[in-house]
Design a protein around this ligand. Structure first.
Ligand SMILES: [Zn+2]
Ligand SMILES: [Zn+2]
Ligand SMILES: [Zn+2]
Ligand SMILES: [Zn+2]
Ligand SMILES: [Zn+2]
Ligand SMILES: [Zn+2]
Ligand SMILES: [Zn+2]
Length: 1688
């Protein structure tokens, strides 16, 4: 980039560079007509800088603009060098105490739930961290861009408006002070001049509409070049634009993507540069190509000078924004300039001009000037007000423009309303002075023009365009909400008048909604198209909150409330005047009462569910009920004007409609009545009516209706939600009603009614209802849906049964009504009600004769219960002077009168109590009778009013009760005794466990750990010394291994010559252990994997679920899967979670993702260890022998190549070492089936590990097998070490089995590969430590992973040894190889040791080991020519060596354990002391490792010298290259911050690396390496293996060899990816205080890192289980399979 810029600079016109800002400024200072001078300057230079070709060069343009154009302005403004002038200004400035930081997209914002005046008040992260709100309840969100920090705005916060940073300034600055006093006078004048000119220039050019002329600027150079400018719209998709551009301007896809990205970001981009015709041609192609379905893309051919000036105009606005940042005085001047009215009067100020031109501007330009408005007008207290007035006056026009605008609201000036209207003082000022409420409502109504004959809104035949417009109109409701959001604390007469005026307008609006969109039940014919209902419904929903806010306002002032009530009543009367037109009232009679009503058949005539006026009036009525007037002088209220029929009629119709819907009468809007059960319908209607009465009488928990407060209301809501089941915090919040501040008020009461249970490693925290709250449960709670009601009923009954209580769910005792509603309770004891109750009970008694339902009876019982509760309370609260008027018990004791002579309600209940068909309700009936008696007693004791004589059977009842009570008491005693015994027993049990704690612990652990580990232990005598390898190897009889096939359930023994048994396995490439993630992957076809580099940058991991099958059963299964998959793909074209073509399948038992199988084998070494003359050759001799054999083989091979003749001849010449028979061919001991499986698994390892096509002949196959064995052991060793678990006995079975078969397989694989290839590998491997003349150019010992080398050497050695008949045992070879590699590793460690002598306290011991290692080190220094750092402390060296070699020894112990089957000594099955010594003993090593060198000094000195003389080693010692040092630290996932907002902040500062500083839309963090990526976006797609992939997928290929773990920061979601087609989302490790994750960041509760959950993710990664996890997720949720993971 820098080089590009230099080249550009050189190409620049010299005259531009020679411009002197100072000289120009001086000229301007002397000018008479400054504007003319400046314009001339701009006219000349702007086109020279800005339009220089097809592509913009922002860096050069910015540089030149600063130098030639802005520089002079700054000089002029400051009157001196701005480098001094601006800092001076800044110093002199008394800065604002407002923060005003404008939010970037995705930046975190905070709102305090305790102190923010409304949820739109937010703080930036810095201010938040320095504020008192940190300790409060806060919400965190990510900004959508735009908007600014409200820190310092006293109107925004009830408390703590300033953060620490912005508080400092408040004491000094008086609010009213004019900031201009801090500026020198001459500067004020200059600022006016230059601001006026610059601002005007920018506004003129941006709003300029002529094509070939410029505002006041002559075109100096009339070179006629043009741009074809493409504009953004919200209609066309990215793909459409890209496709069209490729066609129209003949560009590549990449360029087209570039254009489209810029158009989307900036709002416009030139796509062609040249003469007019050339550009016009492109324009017509674009228009033609995009005009087919929708309106065409906007394209304009523009003169290049205009484009140049517009670019500079924008630059100038940005410049103004930054200059005013230096001084509040300058800011004020700019505000003044902007709002100054021009010569054309109203709307002629620059600010007005821009606002009114807004919808015609492109996105980029809007953004720039909106930002300027925010940093100027909205930051100046005085001008904020003036600007608010301009905004309000233009409101109607701005909104109309917005309706037609093709951009979303966030890009429209209309969106600024949130910044203005939510300021309480401004909102109130605008209401009183500008009549804003009325304006908003009128504007809203103007945009909904379609009305029916009655003047109501009509949404019939609703087109897509209207729907689009309707969505926009809704934003006006939002504005109204903003204006109302903060309620007045004081009322002026003006405010009252204007509010009521607005209220009038609002009523007009509601009037248009009252009764809109009526529906008629359709009978007999099927309706093809549902009539449009959504629009009207949406409108009502959106207005609900506004209605309640209006009510809140009214509630604050009694005068306003009464006025509003009257107005509302008047409007309601207007709405329904004449609702009885043409109808004769009819008279209904019942129980001696009669009433006049209108006949209206809801099931036949029109009904509307939209009754907002009725709702508003009802709400106001409740408010009135709360006022003092209502208590003291109800006659002052306009209650006399209420006409019940008018009030009730329409809501009642609506309720009837609802009841009919429940009864199924409106199903399919009337589709055929034939199948409907009329009896059933009638029953439901009766049930619904009873339910309605329950609600009318029982729902008193709104302040004003009942004598309750808001806390009681919310408590009741919570109790009923938790009665259904325990709930997580978020579920509960969702179920509770929210106020306009999105608050439920739940926190303040939750602890009184619920207990919180914390979550475990999965799941979430739950609230449980406190047992004592169950008595408040009301089965007919009006916020229950049908489903919730029945769930709650079931749950509550179950709970009672568990507590051994009766299952009656009686109505709870209710709070008393407010006086205005007090008479409602009389419904319960009215004659009609009693008659209804009696009738239904009668039906139940004679249950065969009538159509009735149990629900009916249940509701009647509930109503009776309510009446009893009511009466009981009346009696309990009885004061001296009052008479109890509620006499329900008396009324139900009376039998019906003649002629019917029906039994009393009470008598019928008595009868029903024993009815066998009503078992469920028995408990409830008993409760009623019991309560009845209790009330009777109460009455007797108060005895102020004599009670009517009751029937005798009640007395019997009470004796029966006594009986029952006695039984209950006895049962209780029995229960207590039982409990006591139980408690004693469990105490004894605990005691026992305590005493035998260790025993229990052991059993538990044994259950935990591998079964095979346990049984291998059994044959060993515990005090014998166990040795894993070498001639001293402990001999153990391998137990017979009999396994069962999961497919055919047949058992079989694992033997060399039987049919193969296999384990399902999954092989994958892995970078989990990588110490170098930037390594470029070599060409797989040529790559030689023989030596693993110690950076372990890419390994091959093998895992298994441990499930065993016959090889042939598996093959049959796999063939079936393959065939099925082929059929499925043809039929459905869907993918599965596994890739069959790549050999993947799911384990038939556990559905674990697998891609091959490992054969099970008996221990392979036993087969080849023919001879054993223990300890007959030492290392030196052995190396000599083997070297001779190697040499012989190499010579033979060379001869083989050179000529095929005279083979035997040469053999003789060679002088073969004694007993070596290179022509000996070993007979393969394995059965055909096992051999086949050896090849299968070997080839799979090769294919996956190298990412190549399978080729079983390739000599690299055995190498990959050894490598996978070594790598898998290393990963397991790391996991055990990281978890601080002992090496043996703690692996899960499946891993233990996997390692056993993997190691045995790797040891047996040479028998199916080419013998000479394996021999060749051994020779090369050995040559890396024991050099010979044939193998040059091998990696130096610093560049070899010694454990991989050990495994490969040991496992390839049998290929040589099988031809050796000299009598040396295989075990001897293993031991020597192991010792040799161990010594090489020691040298490796000492060479790379970064021992610091200081810093660590040295123990003064001078042990044998320390002396020896120091001697060895000195020898090394000698060999390296003293290039090694001098170290004199043996203690440090020995410590370092032990730590460095430990992982190697642990891996080796695992390896030889699995290879030879020698059980591990019990000491390394626990974490005890002296692990090192025990390991050495198991591995046949001296505790003092350096003894190895002393014992074999003869050959070792030579070897060490040869290792050290390697060129690479020298370069390393000279500091010219890097090398891995030991012990390698375990890889972990990156550290995550505790507070999630830190990540949000980090992500918001991250910009797309490919599109020039643009913010990334989906910033995604790699949890493996910490790279932030721009995911899911065109800009960062790259090509991978011929396919376009997103940034994440591309990253996984370098960072995780195809596997990736990411955190999508905006979504707060973990993403797992594997390959291009596999992926899943995973819950993030961040939880809120309620133990819940917040995927999608919807709730905004503060989130903190849950370390345990993060560890779980890390463990999945370390265990290589990510792919498996994805597989399981995809199997569980098929929609995941369809996602284009590769584009993330
Ligand atoms: Zn701030
Ligand atoms: Zn602040
Ligand atoms: Zn607060
Ligand atoms: Zn089988
Ligand atoms: Zn399985
Ligand atoms: Zn990008
Ligand atoms: Zn990464």
């Amino acid at each position: 980039m820098a080089a590009d810029l230099e080249a550009e600079v050189q190409a620049i016109d010299k005259s531009l560079l020679e411009c002197s800002a100072e000289e120009i400024a001086v000229k301007w200072l002397q000018a008479n007509d400054l504007q003319k001078e400046v314009y001339q300057h701009l006219a000349y230079y702007v086109p020279k800088i800005y339009c220089r070709g097809p592509n913009p060069a922002p860096q050069r343009e910015d540089m030149l603009a600063q130098h030639v154009l802005l520089g002079p302005m700054e000089w002029y403004l400051c009157g001196e060098d701005p480098a001094f002038g601006f800092p001076k200004l800044e110093q002199a400035n008394k800065p604002s105490h407002l923060c005003g930081r404008v939010f970037k997209v995705g930046e975190p914002t905070y709102s305090c739930r305790d102190c923010a005046v409304d949820p739109t008040c937010v703080l930036c992260m810095e201010c938040f961290l320095g504020s008192i709100h940190r300790e409060h309840r806060y919400r965190m969100t990510t900004s959508g861009g735009g908007g600014f920090c409200d820190c310092g705005d006293t109107e925004a916060w009830k408390e703590g408006p300033y953060c620490q940073k912005h508080e400092l300034n408040t004491s000094e600055t008086a609010e009213e002070e004019d900031p201009l006093v801090h500026l020198p006078e001459d500067m004020v004048a200059r600022a006016y001049n230059i601001f006026a000119i610059a601002f005007k220039y920018a506004v003129d050019i941006l709003t300029w509409e002529k094509e070939n002329e410029l505002p006041g600027l002559e075109m100096i150079e009339k070179s006629d070049t043009y741009y074809c400018m493409l504009f953004n719209d919200e209609v066309h998709t990215y793909e459409q634009v890209i496709y069209t551009l490729q066609k129209a301007v003949n560009c590549t896809q990449k360029e087209a993507i570039g254009f489209a990205t810029t158009v989307d970001r900036d709002g416009r981009r030139s796509v062609r540069y040249g003469d007019f015709q050339y550009c016009d041609q492109a324009k017509s192609v674009i228009v033609r190509n995009t005009s087919r379905q929708t309106k065409p893309l906007k394209v304009q051919v523009m003169h290049s000078s205009i484009v140049a000036h517009q670019s500079f105009g924008l630059k100038l606005l940005t410049w103004l924004g930054s200059v005013i940042g230096y001084s509040d005085g300058l800011r004020r001047i700019l505000c003044q300039v902007g709002l100054q009215e021009g010569p054309d009067g109203e709307n002629s100020s620059l600010v007005d001009k821009l606002m009114l031109y807004d919808s015609k501007l492109w996105k980029g330009a809007r953004n720039v000037y909106h930002q300027l408005f925010m940093s100027s007008l909205l930051m100046d207290l005085k001008y904020k007000k003036l600007f608010a007035i301009r905004f309000a006056r233009n409101y109607e026009r701005l909104q109309s423009d917005f309706m037609k605008d093709d951009h979303d609201r966030e890009f429209s000036i209309a969106d600024l309303s949130i910044q203005i209207f939510t300021v309480p003082s401004l909102a109130r000022m605008l209401i009183t002075e500008e009549n804003l409420m009325t304006t908003i409502i009128k504007t809203f109504m103007d945009h909904l023009r379609h009305r029916d004959i009655q003047g109501r809104f009509q949404f019939e035949r609703y087109t897509a365009l209207q729907a689009f417009k309707f969505r926009r109109v809704q934003s006006l409701i939002l504005d109204l909400k903003y204006v109302l959001i903060s309620k007045p604390t004081e009322w002026s007469d003006d405010l009252r008048r204007k509010f009521l005026e607005g209220f009038d307008a609002f009523l007009e609006l509601l009037k248009c909604m009252q009764g809109m969109d009526p529906i008629t039940r359709q009978v007999g014919q099927h309706i093809e198209m549902e009539p449009e209902w959504e629009a009207a419904f949406t409108l009502q929903m959106k207005l609900t909150l506004v209605i309640s806010m209006m009510q809140d306002w009214c509630a604050l002032d009694e005068k306003v409330l009464i006025e509003a009530y009257k107005k509302c009543l008047t409007v309601l009367m207007q709405c329904h005047s004449g609702f009885t037109d043409g109808e004769q009232p009819i008279v209904l009679s019942m129980c001696g009462h009669s009433v006049e009503t209108i006949r209206y058949c809801v099931s036949q005539e029109k009904v509307s569910i939209h009754l907002p006026v009725s709702r508003l009036l009802a709400g106001l009525h409740v408010l009135l009920s709360k006022t003092e007037v209502a208590y003291k002088f109800p006659e002052l209220l306009p209650l006399s004007e209420l006409s019940p029929p008018m009030l009730i009629e329409h809501p009642l119709r609506c309720l009837v409609l609802c009841a009919q819907v429940h009864a199924g009468m409106w199903r399919r809007n009337g589709f055929s009545l034939v199948n409907q059960d009329v009896v059933q319908q009638n029953n439901t209607l009766i049930e619904e009516m009873l339910y309605l009465i329950i609600m009318i009488v029982g729902e008193r928990f709104s302040p004003g209706i009942g004598q309750v407060n808001a806390t009681d209301e919310i408590k009741r809501e919570i109790i009923h939600q938790l009665s259904i089941r325990p709930m997580a915090h978020s579920e509960l919040v969702k179920a509770l009603p929210e106020d306009e501040n999105r608050e439920t008020g739940m926190e303040s009461v939750i602890e009184e009614v619920a207990c919180f249970k914390k979550p475990g490693l999965t799941g979430r925290g739950l609230y449980e209802l406190k047992p004592e709250c169950a008595k408040n449960f009301n089965l007919y709670f009006y916020h229950f849906s049908r489903a919730e009601q029945s769930k709650a009923e079931e749950a509550q009954r179950k709970l009672r049964r568990q507590n051994r209580e009766d299952t009656a769910l009686p109505p709870p005792a209710l709070p008393p009504f407010c006086p205005l509603f007090a008479s409602l309770v009389n419904i319960l004891q009215s004659d009609v009600m009693l008659c209804i109750m009696g009738t239904i009970l009668q039906w139940a008694v004679e249950h065969n004769g009538y159509a009735w339902s149990e629900s009916m009876l249940q509701r009647v019982l509930h109503l009776i219960g309510m009446a009893l509760q009511e009466e009981k309370q009346h009696l309990e609260n009885l004061s001296e002077e009052n008479v109890v008027t509620f006499t329900f018990t008396q009324k139900i004791s009376k039998p019906g009168e003649a002629p019917n002579n029906t039994p009393s309600i009470l008598a019928m209940l008595e009868t029903l109590q024993n009815a066998p068909h009503l078992e469920v309700h028995k408990d409830m009936i008993r409760w009623i009778l019991k309560t009845f008696n209790a009330i009777k007693k109460l009455r007797e004791s108060s005895s102020s009013s004599p009670v009517a004589e009751t029937e005798g059977n009640i007395m019997e009842e009470s004796s029966r009760d006594k009986d029952k009570a006695e039984r209950k008491r006895k049962a209780e005693i029995a229960r207590l005794r039982r409990e006591k015994i139980m408690a004693q027993m469990s105490e004894m049990q605990r005691h026992f466990i305590n005493e035998n704690k260790e025993l229990f612990q052991q059993t538990l652990e044994e259950l935990d750990t591998s079964a095979s580990g346990v049984h291998e232990n059994s044959p060993v005598i515990s005090d014998a010394k166990l040795t894993a390898l070498g001639p001293e190897q402990t001999r153990v009889a391998e137990p017979r291994q009999v396994v069962m096939c999961i497919l055919c359930q047949e058992e079989q023994e694992v033997k060399v010559d039987s049919r193969a048994m296999v384990l399902a396995a999954f092989i994958q490439r892995s970078t989990v252990l990588s110490k170098n993630r930037n390594k470029i992957t070599p060409d797989p076809e040529k790559y030689d994997p023989l030596f693993m580099h110690p950076d372990l940058s890419c390994g091959t991991h093998t895992g298994s679920c441990g499930h065993i099958m016959h090889a042939h059963c598996w093959q049959r299964y796999f063939d079936a899967v393959q065939a099925k998959e082929q059929r499925r793909q043809q039929r459905l074209r869907v993918h599965t979670s596994y890739d069959v073509e790549n050999g993947e399948f799911l384990c038939p038992l556990c559905e674990c993702l697998s891609n091959t199988v490992i054969p099970l084998l008996p221990p392979p070494r036993v087969l080849f260890n023919r001879l054993d003359f223990s300890g007959q050759s030492n290392l030196t001799q052995w190396i000599k022998t083997v070297s001779q054999q190697v040499k012989a083989l190499q010579l033979l091979r060379n001869e083989d190549c050179a000529s095929h003749s005279g083979h035997s001849e040469k053999m003789d010449q060679l002088q073969l070492p004694e007993g070596f028979r290179p022509d000996f061919k070993l007979k393969n001991p394995y059965s055909e089936s096992i051999k086949e499986m050896l090849t299968t698994f070997g080839t799979a390892t090769y294919k996956v590990g190298l990412k190549v096509h399978p080729n079983e002949e390739d000599p690299r196959v055995p190498i990959m097998c050894w490598g996978s064995c070594a790598y898998t052991i290393q990963t397991i060793e790391r996991i055990l070490a990281d978890e601080d678990k002992p090496l043996f006995g703690h692996l899960p079975c499946r891993q233990d089995d996997c390692l056993t078969s993997l190691t045995r397989f790797a040891a047996a694989h040479w028998t199916v590969s080419s013998l000479s290839a394996v021999q060749g590998h051994f020779c090369t491997l050995l040559a890396s430590l024991v050099p010979n003349e044939k193998n040059g150019n091998l990696p130096c010992i610093l560049d070899i992973d010694m454990f991989h080398l050990l495994v490969s050497l040991v496992l390839s050695f049998p290929a040589i040894h099988c031809q050796d008949f000299s009598g040396v045992s295989l075990g001897t070879g293993d031991l020597h190889l192991f010792h040799l590699v161990t010594m090489a590793h020691i040298i490796q460690i000492l060479l790379t040791s970064s021992t610091e002598e200081n810093g660590m306290d040295q123990e003064n011991t001078n042990s044998e080991e320390e002396v020896a290692v120091l001697t060895l080190y000195k020898f090394l220094c000698q060999c390296t020519g003293s290039a090694l750092k001098e170290i004199s402390s043996g203690w440090h060296l020995w410590r370092n060596l032990k730590a460095g070699i430990m992982p190697f020894l642990r891996c080796s112990a695992l390896f030889f354990h699995y290879l030879n089957g020698v059980p591990a000594p019990s000491e390394i099955q626990v974490n005890g002391a002296n692990q090192f010594e025990h390991l050495c003993s198991y591995l046949s090593l001296p505790n003092n490792l350096t003894c190895l060198f002393q014992e074999n000094s003869e050959i070792l000195n030579t070897l060490i010298e040869s290792w050290c003389s390697n060129n690479e080693v020298k370069r390393y010692l000279e500091g010219k290259r890097h090398a891995i040092s030991y012990a390698r630290e375990s890889n972990k996932l990156i550290d995550l911050p505790d507070d999630y907002s830190c990540l949000i902040n980090q992500a918001s500062n991250f910009s797309c690396p490919k599109s020039g500083g643009d913010k990334s839309r989906a910033p995604t963090l790699c949890l493996v390496c910490g790279t932030m990526l721009c995911s899911q976006s065109y800009c960062c797609q790259t090509e991978l293996e011929g396919e376009d992939v997103g940034a994440c997928t591309a990253h996984t290929y370098t960072c995780g060899s195809g596997v990736g773990i990411f955190l999508r920061v905006r979504e707060c979601q973990v993403l797992f990816l594997a390959g291009k087609t596999k992926g899943c989302f995973y819950p993030p490790p961040y939880l809120d205080d309620y133990g819940e994750t917040d995927q999608g960041l919807r709730r905004g509760n503060p989130l903190h890192l849950c370390k345990e959950r993060f560890k779980k993710i890390q463990k999945l990664w370390q265990q290589h289980s990510i792919t498996e996890e994805i597989g399981h997720a995809q199997e569980a949720n098929q929609t995941l399979v369809g996602i284009d993971w590769q584009h993330l």
